[in-house]
Design a protein around this ligand. Sequence first.
Ligand code: SF4
Length: 731
Amino acid sequence: MTVATHCPYCALQCATWLHPVPREPGAAQAVGVRRSVPVTIEPRALSNEQGPTNRGGLCQKGWTAAEVLTAGDRLTRPLVRDAGGELRETTWDAALDLVADRIRALQVANGNESVAVFGGGGLTNEKAYALGKFARVALRTPNVDYNGRFCMSSAAAATNRAFGIDRGLPFPLADLGGAASILLVGSNLAETMPPAVQHLAGARGAGGLVVVDPRRTPTAELTDGAGIHLQATPGTDLALVLALTHVVLHEGLADTAYLAERVDDPNALYRSTAAWWPERAERTTGVPAAAIRAAARTLAAAAPARGGAGCFVLTGRGAEQHSKGTDTVTACINLALALGLPGRLGSGYGCITGQGNGQGGREHGQKADQLPGYRRIDDPAARAAVAAVWGVRPHELPGPGRSAVELLDSLGTPSGPRALLVHGSNLIVSAPNLRHVRDRLAALDLLVVADVVPSETALLADVVLPVTQWAEEDGTMTTLEGRVVRRRRATEPPGEARSDLEVFAGLAARLRPSLTGAFPVDPKAVYDELRRASAGGVADYAGISWERLDAGEALFWPCPAEGHPGTPRLFADGFPTPDGRARVVEVDHRPVADDVRADAPLYLVTGRLLQHYQSGAQTMRVPELAEAAPEVFAELHPRVAAALGVGDGGRVRLRTARGTLDADVRVTSAIRPDTVFVPFHYAEVNALTNDALDPVSRMPEFKACAVEVTRVPAERGADGAHRSAGDGRAA
Ligand code: SF4
């Protein structure tokens, strides 16, 4: 039977049909051999009422997603490392008994905090919720966080402090279509979410698309002919946006009536931007002052206060993954406030969430400081409300734990966790300064990884648990717009793979027999419990039932009751702050934490490719995608390449304060001469990146650090491919 569901990858959650492929009766399947795909994928166009995010489009990743279901090395049985260091197949009972026994012994000897859990922004809402509950109720540990800390946390922190709420887009994506101008800061939408580009058409047509990026990406190329590309020096987006706001304020382009009515301290906008006149910003950012003025005027002309059709300010990871990411997003929000955009129909500020359930994954309790419903774990009322749903006393719930980088940094140390359970994250590829992370994982007494394939992290584990993935399970995801969508099962999981929900239930019952039955394995039962636990919270799902979703309703949170229509657009009548006004936070530019210097004179920036998703654990196993983008490369400006004496296909060594990587060269004038770009989907790239943290969001500075680039004499191997020391791996 054809099944309506959504793509497994990014937060656009493109709607798809899955058509099961009939199997030959009795067809045997050899172990380790790729099976034919069990489903075929067809894009599904949603009506305007249903939320037309992809308008019937899919990107290459979405079209080929079924291949991951039948990856030749798909995990189908639990694995336990034996005395000789080999991972050996075992039964589920044996694996879960072993994990529970080891956890129990560690907690008796070292306390509950000696066990930690690490989640992922790709987990369904049900799994993310159950993971947070498992950590707090079954393990009684505060040490739980997730890889979303590496993605959207700076935008979340900035919007929480400005608006009192964090929903990536506080409006439907389709609202972008009517705008005459859109400012994209650090987002390469054309490669990360290609179907979303159609929503930029109105702004492109009006000449109002403004893209801030140190590279001339496919998204920046959308400004060709009409529009503006501001090719800022890496790590200077904050100064650039302060200058844009300076122009808006000093040329009389601000929406003064909006500022007087809806903002707590308009004068703070003037104070924080007064010193950032365009000529000064040009010296910091490398963007000509004339281009800064032109961009500010373009945005202002589209703002409602000046009779424009609408204007949006949007941020992506390029702006956010910095040690000042929260302040950069704050500057973008301040610009939007100066223009009078948030809460106006057809205008606003938004963050383009990346991971598939990056929105829902940050709402239901897998963050160190949070309980379901986007409640704070240090809020007594929130603790009481959630404890009542979980059947425990509020004081039994642990307090806030360590954030992701700090948690990883503490593993195996005298005061840190001795065991780690990982669900939905390949952190040995995706964490910054990853050689340090590898050392910390090696120092653990117990590493348990639940995954669908033997990822780089799973291969280091003591116990590997094979779990189900998208087309094999039911559940819900929350899109970048805050809309809840249904994931539906279309095929059987292979071998003995089980849902993460069954892992939590099995371990909870072993650890605390009184919890037998307290962790449902039916995703609908888990979701209904999530609705109760979120009721009254910021992200209130109480009224969003599976029945309503299955009936085709497009429901955005908050939705506090069954009869409630949901909330597609926030802030129309005010902001959820104590006085109903948006808060202006004064911010200022500061340099990259690991800034360029004589022995590392270029900036290293990392980013995504069209073909791959996150750590590549899934997309590297899709032959079409792996063949199109098989290995890491470094983009160099022609001047840099000439100075090094390398050309296309040559080989360079990238050295930062943390690690070294060899990569093939791609020469392109689309990059700044002071910048080197490397896609981050490949193992060892994050050996180079910096784990300096944003003081508010605890986001590491993935996006900019100093790098030395040297030429590596290349040799050709027997297969004709280039070889050098390390062969593309860290030397
Ligand atoms: S990866 Fe994102 S943009 Fe591509 S098909 Fe999937 S949901 Fe759509």
